[in-house]
Design a protein around this ligand. Structure first.
Ligand SMILES: Nc1ncnc2c1ncn2[C@@H]1O[C@H](COP(=O)(O)OP(=O)(O)OP(=O)(O)O)[C@@H](O)[C@H]1O
Ligand SMILES: [Mg+2]
Length: 311
Protein backbone atom coordinates (compact mmCIF):
# COMPACT_ATOMS: atom_id res chain seq x y z
CA UNK A 1 0.00 0.00 0.00
CA UNK A 2 2.80 2.43 0.91
CA UNK A 3 6.03 1.79 -0.95
CA UNK A 4 9.08 3.93 -0.32
CA UNK A 5 12.08 3.23 -2.52
CA UNK A 6 15.58 4.67 -2.22
CA UNK A 7 14.26 7.99 -0.97
CA UNK A 8 16.88 10.71 -0.59
CA UNK A 9 16.35 14.36 0.28
CA UNK A 10 18.85 17.18 0.46
CA UNK A 11 18.25 20.60 1.99
CA UNK A 12 20.88 22.61 0.11
CA UNK A 13 24.00 20.55 0.60
CA UNK A 14 22.74 18.89 3.81
CA UNK A 15 21.48 15.38 3.28
CA UNK A 16 18.47 14.83 5.57
CA UNK A 17 17.59 11.30 4.45
CA UNK A 18 19.65 8.85 2.45
CA UNK A 19 18.36 5.97 0.37
CA UNK A 20 15.41 5.06 2.58
CA UNK A 21 13.23 2.09 1.55
CA UNK A 22 10.33 0.38 3.30
CA UNK A 23 6.84 -0.94 2.66
CA UNK A 24 3.69 -0.70 4.71
CA UNK A 25 0.66 -2.92 4.12
CA UNK A 26 -2.99 -1.96 4.46
CA UNK A 27 -4.17 -1.90 8.06
CA UNK A 28 -0.69 -1.83 9.57
CA UNK A 29 0.20 0.49 12.44
CA UNK A 30 3.86 1.32 12.09
CA UNK A 31 6.06 3.31 14.43
CA UNK A 32 8.61 5.64 12.93
CA UNK A 33 11.25 5.99 15.56
CA UNK A 34 14.43 8.01 15.66
CA UNK A 35 16.31 10.66 17.61
CA UNK A 36 16.00 14.38 16.85
CA UNK A 37 17.13 15.24 13.34
CA UNK A 38 16.96 11.60 12.18
CA UNK A 39 14.76 12.50 9.19
CA UNK A 40 11.31 11.42 10.42
CA UNK A 41 9.46 14.61 9.50
CA UNK A 42 11.29 14.88 6.18
CA UNK A 43 10.19 11.36 5.21
CA UNK A 44 6.61 11.98 6.38
CA UNK A 45 6.45 15.27 4.48
CA UNK A 46 7.50 13.48 1.30
CA UNK A 47 4.95 10.67 1.76
CA UNK A 48 2.28 13.31 2.41
CA UNK A 49 3.09 15.21 -0.81
CA UNK A 50 4.27 18.31 1.09
CA UNK A 51 7.87 18.02 -0.01
CA UNK A 52 9.46 16.54 -3.15
CA UNK A 53 12.27 14.02 -2.79
CA UNK A 54 15.70 14.73 -4.29
CA UNK A 55 15.73 11.17 -5.64
CA UNK A 56 13.90 7.88 -5.16
CA UNK A 57 10.15 7.46 -4.98
CA UNK A 58 7.24 7.13 -2.57
CA UNK A 59 4.07 5.46 -3.85
CA UNK A 60 0.70 5.00 -2.22
CA UNK A 61 -1.73 2.52 -3.78
CA UNK A 62 0.52 2.67 -6.84
CA UNK A 63 0.29 6.49 -7.17
CA UNK A 64 3.47 8.53 -7.04
CA UNK A 65 3.50 11.20 -4.31
CA UNK A 66 5.16 13.70 -6.60
CA UNK A 67 3.45 13.01 -9.94
CA UNK A 68 -0.04 12.03 -8.72
CA UNK A 69 -0.43 13.93 -5.49
CA UNK A 70 -4.14 14.69 -6.06
CA UNK A 71 -4.97 10.98 -5.92
CA UNK A 72 -2.86 10.53 -2.81
CA UNK A 73 -4.30 13.47 -0.92
CA UNK A 74 -7.70 11.77 -1.10
CA UNK A 75 -6.53 8.73 0.83
CA UNK A 76 -4.09 10.34 3.23
CA UNK A 77 -4.63 12.41 6.36
CA UNK A 78 -1.60 14.21 7.78
CA UNK A 79 -0.97 15.67 11.18
CA UNK A 80 2.34 17.53 10.71
CA UNK A 81 4.73 18.38 13.55
CA UNK A 82 3.07 21.81 13.79
CA UNK A 83 -0.66 21.33 13.12
CA UNK A 84 -1.97 23.67 10.39
CA UNK A 85 -4.46 25.49 12.63
CA UNK A 86 -5.85 29.01 12.28
CA UNK A 87 -5.73 30.19 15.84
CA UNK A 88 -8.44 32.85 15.49
CA UNK A 89 -11.00 30.53 13.92
CA UNK A 90 -13.82 28.70 15.71
CA UNK A 91 -13.26 24.93 15.86
CA UNK A 92 -16.37 23.92 13.88
CA UNK A 93 -15.81 26.65 11.25
CA UNK A 94 -12.21 25.58 10.80
CA UNK A 95 -13.26 21.95 10.33
CA UNK A 96 -15.89 23.03 7.76
CA UNK A 97 -13.14 24.91 5.97
CA UNK A 98 -10.75 21.92 6.19
CA UNK A 99 -13.48 19.67 4.74
CA UNK A 100 -14.01 22.01 1.78
CA UNK A 101 -10.25 22.26 1.15
CA UNK A 102 -10.00 18.48 1.27
CA UNK A 103 -12.66 18.19 -1.40
CA UNK A 104 -15.41 16.71 0.75
CA UNK A 105 -18.69 16.86 -1.19
CA UNK A 106 -20.66 19.98 -0.11
CA UNK A 107 -23.64 17.84 0.90
CA UNK A 108 -21.48 15.73 3.17
CA UNK A 109 -19.46 18.47 4.87
CA UNK A 110 -21.75 18.86 7.85
CA UNK A 111 -21.87 15.08 8.35
CA UNK A 112 -18.05 14.86 8.10
CA UNK A 113 -17.54 17.66 10.62
CA UNK A 114 -19.96 16.04 13.08
CA UNK A 115 -18.19 12.71 12.64
CA UNK A 116 -14.69 14.03 13.50
CA UNK A 117 -16.05 16.19 16.33
CA UNK A 118 -17.54 13.02 17.80
CA UNK A 119 -14.44 10.85 17.17
CA UNK A 120 -12.02 13.39 18.60
CA UNK A 121 -14.29 14.30 21.56
CA UNK A 122 -14.52 17.95 20.50
CA UNK A 123 -18.23 18.44 21.21
CA UNK A 124 -17.68 20.70 24.22
CA UNK A 125 -15.30 23.02 22.37
CA UNK A 126 -16.98 23.12 18.93
CA UNK A 127 -17.86 26.83 19.25
CA UNK A 128 -14.61 27.92 20.88
CA UNK A 129 -11.70 29.78 19.30
CA UNK A 130 -8.83 27.42 18.46
CA UNK A 131 -6.08 29.70 19.82
CA UNK A 132 -7.67 29.69 23.27
CA UNK A 133 -7.86 25.92 23.58
CA UNK A 134 -5.35 23.90 25.61
CA UNK A 135 -2.51 22.28 23.65
CA UNK A 136 -4.15 18.86 24.01
CA UNK A 137 -7.42 20.11 22.52
CA UNK A 138 -5.56 21.89 19.74
CA UNK A 139 -3.89 18.57 18.96
CA UNK A 140 -7.34 16.95 18.80
CA UNK A 141 -8.41 19.62 16.31
CA UNK A 142 -5.22 18.83 14.36
CA UNK A 143 -6.20 15.16 14.32
CA UNK A 144 -9.77 16.04 13.37
CA UNK A 145 -8.60 18.01 10.30
CA UNK A 146 -6.37 15.07 9.30
CA UNK A 147 -9.41 12.76 9.44
CA UNK A 148 -12.01 15.08 7.94
CA UNK A 149 -12.16 13.31 4.54
CA UNK A 150 -12.14 9.85 6.17
CA UNK A 151 -8.77 8.82 4.69
CA UNK A 152 -7.54 5.22 4.75
CA UNK A 153 -4.09 6.31 5.87
CA UNK A 154 -3.15 8.57 8.76
CA UNK A 155 0.34 9.98 9.07
CA UNK A 156 0.93 11.44 12.51
CA UNK A 157 4.17 13.29 13.24
CA UNK A 158 4.86 13.24 17.00
CA UNK A 159 1.20 13.68 17.95
CA UNK A 160 1.83 13.83 21.70
CA UNK A 161 4.78 16.23 21.74
CA UNK A 162 4.40 19.08 24.21
CA UNK A 163 1.37 17.63 25.96
CA UNK A 164 0.99 17.02 29.68
CA UNK A 165 0.80 13.40 30.93
CA UNK A 166 -3.00 13.35 31.09
CA UNK A 167 -3.37 14.77 27.59
CA UNK A 168 -0.76 12.28 26.35
CA UNK A 169 -2.83 9.38 27.68
CA UNK A 170 -5.98 10.78 26.05
CA UNK A 171 -4.40 11.34 22.64
CA UNK A 172 -2.77 7.87 22.74
CA UNK A 173 -6.17 6.38 23.55
CA UNK A 174 -7.69 8.22 20.61
CA UNK A 175 -4.94 7.01 18.27
CA UNK A 176 -5.42 3.51 19.60
CA UNK A 177 -9.09 3.69 18.66
CA UNK A 178 -8.15 4.87 15.18
CA UNK A 179 -5.92 1.83 14.62
CA UNK A 180 -9.05 -0.32 14.14
CA UNK A 181 -9.99 1.45 10.91
CA UNK A 182 -6.86 3.04 9.52
CA UNK A 183 -3.37 2.33 8.30
CA UNK A 184 -1.22 4.51 10.54
CA UNK A 185 2.35 5.76 10.51
CA UNK A 186 3.21 7.36 13.80
CA UNK A 187 6.51 9.05 14.50
CA UNK A 188 7.90 9.50 17.95
CA UNK A 189 11.07 9.55 19.93
CA UNK A 190 9.09 8.41 22.95
CA UNK A 191 9.76 4.70 23.04
CA UNK A 192 6.90 3.44 25.24
CA UNK A 193 4.48 5.28 22.96
CA UNK A 194 5.57 3.16 20.01
CA UNK A 195 5.46 -0.06 22.04
CA UNK A 196 1.93 0.71 23.18
CA UNK A 197 0.46 1.57 19.81
CA UNK A 198 2.51 -0.05 17.03
CA UNK A 199 3.14 -3.63 15.95
CA UNK A 200 6.03 -2.88 13.63
CA UNK A 201 8.72 -0.29 13.87
CA UNK A 202 11.01 1.49 11.45
CA UNK A 203 14.04 2.87 13.22
CA UNK A 204 15.75 5.73 11.43
CA UNK A 205 19.02 7.27 12.46
CA UNK A 206 21.00 10.06 10.80
CA UNK A 207 18.80 9.81 7.72
CA UNK A 208 19.23 6.08 7.24
CA UNK A 209 17.14 3.06 8.15
CA UNK A 210 18.66 1.27 11.12
CA UNK A 211 16.00 -1.46 11.36
CA UNK A 212 12.55 -2.46 10.08
CA UNK A 213 10.95 -5.25 12.07
CA UNK A 214 8.19 -6.28 14.45
CA UNK A 215 8.89 -5.34 18.05
CA UNK A 216 9.38 -9.00 19.00
CA UNK A 217 11.52 -9.69 15.93
CA UNK A 218 13.79 -6.77 16.70
CA UNK A 219 14.36 -7.89 20.25
CA UNK A 220 15.01 -11.48 19.13
CA UNK A 221 17.44 -10.62 16.35
CA UNK A 222 19.44 -8.34 18.58
CA UNK A 223 19.49 -10.54 21.59
CA UNK A 224 22.72 -12.44 21.85
CA UNK A 225 22.20 -13.38 25.48
CA UNK A 226 19.39 -13.68 28.01
CA UNK A 227 19.11 -11.91 31.28
CA UNK A 228 17.70 -13.06 34.59
CA UNK A 229 17.09 -11.08 37.69
CA UNK A 230 17.57 -12.79 41.06
CA UNK A 231 16.59 -11.31 44.41
CA UNK A 232 17.60 -13.13 47.59
CA UNK A 233 17.11 -12.63 51.34
CA UNK A 234 20.66 -13.47 52.48
CA UNK A 235 23.43 -12.12 50.33
CA UNK A 236 26.33 -12.56 52.77
CA UNK A 237 27.82 -15.59 51.07
CA UNK A 238 29.36 -14.58 47.74
CA UNK A 239 26.22 -14.82 45.65
CA UNK A 240 27.70 -13.12 42.58
CA UNK A 241 30.90 -15.15 42.81
CA UNK A 242 29.03 -18.44 42.95
CA UNK A 243 26.67 -17.47 40.14
CA UNK A 244 29.66 -16.60 38.01
CA UNK A 245 30.94 -20.11 38.66
CA UNK A 246 28.00 -21.65 36.79
CA UNK A 247 28.59 -22.78 33.21
CA UNK A 248 26.70 -20.61 30.70
CA UNK A 249 26.75 -17.57 32.97
CA UNK A 250 28.39 -14.76 31.05
CA UNK A 251 28.30 -12.36 33.97
CA UNK A 252 26.52 -12.00 37.27
CA UNK A 253 26.57 -8.67 39.04
CA UNK A 254 24.99 -7.19 42.13
CA UNK A 255 22.65 -4.56 40.65
CA UNK A 256 21.27 -3.14 43.90
CA UNK A 257 20.65 -4.35 47.47
CA UNK A 258 20.05 -8.08 47.33
CA UNK A 259 19.29 -8.09 43.61
CA UNK A 260 21.57 -9.67 41.00
CA UNK A 261 21.54 -9.38 37.24
CA UNK A 262 22.64 -12.56 35.50
CA UNK A 263 23.57 -12.49 31.85
CA UNK A 264 23.62 -15.98 30.38
CA UNK A 265 23.83 -17.80 27.04
CA UNK A 266 20.61 -17.98 24.97
CA UNK A 267 18.24 -20.79 25.97
CA UNK A 268 20.44 -21.94 28.79
CA UNK A 269 17.45 -22.56 31.13
CA UNK A 270 19.50 -21.74 34.17
CA UNK A 271 16.60 -21.27 36.56
CA UNK A 272 16.83 -24.80 37.99
CA UNK A 273 20.57 -24.59 38.55
CA UNK A 274 20.26 -21.19 40.20
CA UNK A 275 17.46 -22.44 42.45
CA UNK A 276 19.57 -25.45 43.46
CA UNK A 277 22.55 -23.22 44.26
CA UNK A 278 20.31 -20.92 46.26
CA UNK A 279 18.91 -23.84 48.26
CA UNK A 280 22.34 -25.33 48.97
CA UNK A 281 23.66 -21.99 50.15
CA UNK A 282 20.56 -20.87 51.96
CA UNK A 283 20.22 -17.60 50.00
CA UNK A 284 16.42 -17.61 50.24
CA UNK A 285 15.04 -16.77 46.80
CA UNK A 286 12.64 -13.84 46.88
CA UNK A 287 12.33 -13.61 43.10
CA UNK A 288 13.91 -15.15 40.01
CA UNK A 289 12.64 -13.82 36.67
CA UNK A 290 13.71 -13.22 33.08
CA UNK A 291 14.41 -9.61 32.11
CA UNK A 292 13.13 -8.85 28.63
CA UNK A 293 14.84 -6.40 26.36
CA UNK A 294 12.89 -3.18 26.10
CA UNK A 295 12.52 -1.14 22.97
CA UNK A 296 14.68 1.40 24.72
CA UNK A 297 17.54 -1.11 24.91
CA UNK A 298 17.11 -1.91 21.22
CA UNK A 299 16.91 1.73 20.22
CA UNK A 300 20.07 2.64 22.10
CA UNK A 301 21.85 -0.41 20.71
CA UNK A 302 20.95 0.56 17.16
CA UNK A 303 21.51 4.28 17.37
CA UNK A 304 24.45 4.51 19.75
CA UNK A 305 26.31 1.25 20.29
CA UNK A 306 26.71 0.43 16.60
CA UNK A 307 28.49 3.70 16.02
CA UNK A 308 31.06 3.24 18.76
CA UNK A 309 33.82 1.63 16.63
CA UNK A 310 33.93 4.77 14.44
CA UNK A 311 35.07 6.96 17.33
N1 LIG B 1 13.84 23.16 6.06
C1 LIG B 1 15.03 22.66 6.35
N2 LIG B 1 16.16 23.25 5.93
C2 LIG B 1 17.38 22.74 6.20
N3 LIG B 1 17.59 21.61 6.88
C3 LIG B 1 16.51 20.97 7.34
C4 LIG B 1 15.16 21.45 7.11
N4 LIG B 1 14.31 20.60 7.69
C5 LIG B 1 15.04 19.62 8.26
N5 LIG B 1 16.36 19.84 8.06
C6 LIG B 1 17.47 18.97 8.49
O1 LIG B 1 17.23 17.66 8.03
C7 LIG B 1 17.54 16.68 9.02
C8 LIG B 1 16.33 15.84 9.32
O2 LIG B 1 15.33 16.66 9.92
P1 LIG B 1 13.87 16.15 10.28
O3 LIG B 1 13.09 17.34 10.70
O4 LIG B 1 13.35 15.34 9.16
O5 LIG B 1 14.20 15.19 11.51
P2 LIG B 1 13.21 14.56 12.60
O6 LIG B 1 13.60 13.12 12.70
O7 LIG B 1 11.81 14.87 12.27
O8 LIG B 1 13.66 15.29 13.94
P3 LIG B 1 12.80 15.75 15.22
O9 LIG B 1 12.70 14.55 16.11
O10 LIG B 1 13.66 16.81 15.84
O11 LIG B 1 11.48 16.26 14.75
C9 LIG B 1 18.07 17.46 10.21
O12 LIG B 1 19.47 17.47 10.13
C10 LIG B 1 17.53 18.87 10.00
O13 LIG B 1 18.37 19.82 10.55
MG1 LIG C 1 10.35 15.87 13.23
Amino acid sequence: MIEVKNLTRYYGTRRAINNISFQIEKGEVVGFLGPNGAGKSTTMNIISCILPASSGSAKINGFDTFEQSLEIRKVIGYLPETPPLYSDMIVADYLNFAAAVRGVDAKRISFSVDRVIEKCSLKDVGRRIIGRLSKGYQQRVGLAQAMIHDPEILILDEPTIGLDPIQIIEIRKLIHELTAEHTIILSSHILPEITQICKRVIIINEGEIAAVDSLGGLAASLRKSERLSLTVRNSENNVAEQLNGLDQVISATNSEGNQYLIECALRSNLQDKIAKLALENNWGIVELKPVSMTLEDIFLKLTIEEKEPEK
